[in-house]
Ligand binder design. Structure first.
Ligand SMILES: [Zn+2]
Ligand SMILES: [Zn+2]
Ligand SMILES: [Zn+2]
Length: 129
């Protein structure tokens, strides 16, 4: 799995190691194994700790979703994950939950905008083909 760490900008033991290769719509790093796209931070976790408990999420303690430093990654259940993000006041994609970035239902405006742009881009592409 040397190929994996070659795509990571390893700067120092305690700093964020940013993913240098492709990312998905949500801004997460993507690593292909046998043609299958996998979340890069999950691969980093498995390579370091062996496995991820069933249905667990990998949380970025540093809130930098491109970070691959195993010291910054933590396996938690999805409900714990939500609590964690509410506590820190950031959404699952790391956007700050400032009063002008959240809807009344606590939804993230930035995520919503991003999803909207993606959808538009996709339709524009489909129009061409
Ligand atoms: Zn980090
Ligand atoms: Zn998280
Ligand atoms: Zn967001």
């Amino acid at each position: 799995m040397k190929r994996f760490w070659e795509k990571v900008n390893i700067t120092g033991l305690y700093s964020c190691w940013e993913w240098q290769a492709c990312t998905n719509k949500g801004g997460y790093g993507v690593f292909q194994i046998a043609g299958k796209p996998l979340s890069a931070h999950r691969v980093a976790y498995v390579l370091t700790y062996g496995r991820i408990p069933y249905l667990f999420h990998i949380h970025h303690k540093c809130h930098n979703i491109l970070c691959m430093n195993p010291l910054h990654l933590k396996a938690i259940s999805s409900s714990d994950h939500n609590t964690e993000h509410k506590k820190r006041d950031v959404c699952l994609n790391g956007h700050q939950r400032t009063p002008d970035n959240v809807y009344s239902d606590r939804g993230c405006k930035q995520c919503m905008k991003q999803r909207h742009i993606e959808r538009k881009r996709k339709t524009a592409f489909e129009d061409r083909v």
